[in-house]
Design a protein around this ligand. Sequence first.
Ligand SMILES: [Zn+2]
Length: 300
Amino acid sequence: MTHKPAIPKIKVMETSRYSRQILFWGIGAQGQEKLGESFVVLVKAIAAQRRLRAINSEVRIEGIVADFDPSNAEDLVRGADLILDGLDNFETRFLINDVSLKLGIPWIYGGTVASLGMTANFIPGQTPCFRCYQPELPPRESIQTCDTAGIINSAPLIVGAIQSAEAIKILVGSADISRDLVMFDLWKNIFSRAPLQRMIDRCPACEGDFAFLRGESVAKVIRLCGQNAVQIWNPAVAPPSLLQLAERLRPSGEVFVNEYLLRFRTGEMELVLFYDGRMVVRGTTEIVTARSFLARYIGT
Ligand SMILES: [Zn+2]
């Protein structure tokens, strides 16, 4: 790989730091040895890199700053034992799913918004894949994000804790790996789980048709020269209901909507979303900044 983009790779080393973990029957010395040889990719995670380095200098961490996209996805995860989802958008999850199936690497989904959380393990050859469960990108107006619906800080902690325990189980080869979709509403203190369902008879990704990895179903991104703006358009996503989206965005900023476009402004940034699904983010020429803004407010 000539250019290594934004993903910390974590190599776990064994020390007495793990003595209590070794005492635990589900891991033991043998399990700890496997963890010590493991290579995990966390998408993305520069904040995690800083935190992990502060906690444990014996873990080898490589942070890579770049968009995880079809051009670099395979190089970034090749050789990994596990991929951990720390993402804020659906499109990249579909990409992770493609690359996971193609290279035979398990990945752990985790999502949270408001007081809700959800996590699941996707293990090639053993469980349905993410696309079996969620065949298409969800409509934009249906997605809630932490910047539109808010979040309580304990919800991501629980999702992270479950992901972390499942990661250890996958890496040590435990028979107790979850094959369910785990969901909770922390505000109502409701925890539930259900077997991962296949929602379609024939899943293109499971049959080796990796449209997201080929770049066909991912957004086309163009810097608009001289306009301090970036245009993002994914023809694979159905055009949104502008009125519904406007209602969802109203608490988070200034909104104008008519039948042709929706304009949303917050801080120095502005989003113009057209009726055909084309989006223009004004206030930046940086693609990473524009995509991050969309992930925060549109969820994709
Ligand atoms: Zn599938």
